[in-house]
Design a protein around this ligand. Structure first.
Ligand code: PLP
Length: 433
């Protein structure tokens, strides 16, 4: 399959090129030339398939022959080797737990698929790739874990000193080998500016083949379809579920919408937002003016201008009425989010993380107005990842999975650097000597 740029319909590349480029020129987003519908055989049989078989068959039309079939099977097996349980939280309300991967958040799936695809493509060209990424917390950990010991790919992560949680800092700095973590004495915006300058620098571009591994890469976007299929496979009720997606950059919900367009039975998608509500305003009135980002307790969703908004529009050919038919959007404050976490923990014993809690609230609001429906909210992270926020409002002790507890015992490696671009460039040119 070819992918065109949403900036320029004439600009088309293969799956392989789109993955290696990440983004089309002038910040264009790649988009599939056609939406491959599920085949009648798949619709008949898929509920009996293993998760790996579902993942393989649903991604194959996009990858085509760019990856040979046995290699693609191995890649999807390595992408989802953990559970995606669907748990009943209240009657008609189910949580799809996406936090059983190595860094306890859904981003593991997209990052792992991307890393294995890059490994495959790098092996063909023998040109080493360097992933350079700025992180405010979650993305960096998923990328570090997904690329650890991947042949032919080095990773350099910039994170703001003192501004990530202790768990996140350990997740970034305890890998070593091909993962280099740089602790920047500045803000996330400083880190991002340094990454952008490095990409634009001629000397550095001669020394390195940079890639960004960010969430708009099609390998991350398309592989997020997997767990929507895995969710519906487990759905125990008769009529199709509503699915509520805690949304920031809209990559995750955009993958669900794509799966829906292909024929996955979903009644409606809910965009669950915090106070960063551009999409809510768009559905209400067509208003798409960007506003400054507002910090909230669901900070991985603190995005003023979602980069995948263009893809949502493209999926529905910019038709506002069609978008409103398929998606409803809800916004909740930090106070409402914390109150939901408290109340549900008290009533049911289930502890939600601040992002999943926004999803829960949107689902409840929707079911309130649409009696007789039932649905799923995506639990996008484990509450232990955000224990600073969650523990004070729940009476039960949050159990941290062993993966987190053992981190504190590991050796931590990071380079402390300033926000000086010339010093960072020198370090890169010397290969971190
Ligand atoms: C990244 C993230 C989100 C938002 O996902 P998008 O694809 O950016 O909409 C939600 N929850 C958690 C825990 C995240 O890390």
């Amino acid at each position: 399959m070819n992918f065109y740029s949403l900036n320029n319909r004439q600009y088309k590349v293969s799956f392989k090129e789109a993955v290696l480029m990440g983004q089309a020129p002038e910040k264009g987003l790649f988009f599939p030339e056609s939406i491959p519908l599920l085949t009648p055989e798949f619709r008949q049989n898929w509920r009996a398939f293993s998760n790996e078989e579902i993942a393989f068959q649903t991604i194959l039309p996009f990858v085509g022959t760019d990856i040979d079939k046995p290699a693609l099977r191995r890649i999807v097996e390595e992408t989802i080797p953990f559970e995606f349980p669907l748990r009943e939280v209240e009657s008609n309300v189910y949580a799809l737990e996406l936090f059983h991967g190595p860094t306890l958040a859904f981003k593991d799936v997209g990052a792992r698929f991307l890393s294995r695809c890059l490994e495959y493509f790098v092996a063909q060209s023998e040109k080493k790739i360097t992933i350079l990424v700025a992180t405010s917390g979650d993305t960096g950990g998923a990328v570090a874990d997904a690329f650890y010991e991947v042949e032919g790919v080095d990773v350099i992560i910039l994170f703001p000193s003192g501004k990530v949680s202790e768990t996140q800092r350990l997740q970034l700095t305890t890998y070593g080998k091909n993962i280099t973590a740089c602790e920047v004495s500045g803000t996330f915006d400083d880190c991002q500016a340094m990454v952008k300058q490095a990409f634009a620098d001629r000397d550095l571009s001669q020394r390195y083949h940079f890639n960004s591994a960010n969430s708009i890469n099609i390998a991350r976007w398309l592989s997020q379809q997997f767990y929507y299929f895995i969710a519906v496979k487990q759905w125990p009720l008769g009529q199709a579920p509503v699915i509520s997606v805690p949304s920031g950059n809209f990559g995750n919900i955009c993958a669900g919408l794509l799966a829906g367009k292909r024929g996955l039975p979903v009644r409606k998608f809910l965009a669950a937002c915090n106070e960063n509500d551009l999409f809510v305003r768009y559905l209400e009135s067509g208003d798409t003016s960007a506003r400054d980002t507002i910090p909230t307790v669901s900070n991985a969703m603190d995005v003023g201008k979602p980069s995948n908004f263009q893809r949502v529009l493209a999926l529905f050919e910019n038709n506002h009425a069609a978008i409103r038919r398929h998606i409803s959007a809800y916004r909740f404050t930090s106070a409402e989010t914390l109150e939901a976490i408290r109340a549900i923990a008290e009533k049911t014993g289930y502890i939600m993380d601040p992002h999943g809690a926004v999803g829960y609230l949107a689902l409840k609001a929707h079911l309130e107005n649409n009696k007789g429906e039932a649905g799923i909210f995506l639990e996008t992270a484990h509450p232990a990842k955000f224990s600073e926020t969650v523990q004070p409002v729940v009476s039960q002790k949050i159990q941290a999975p062993g993966k987190i507890e053992n981190l504190a015992l590991k050796e931590s490696y990071s380079r402390k650097i300033s926000t000086s671009m010339s010093a960072f460039k020198e370090l890169l040119m010397s290969g971190f000597k």
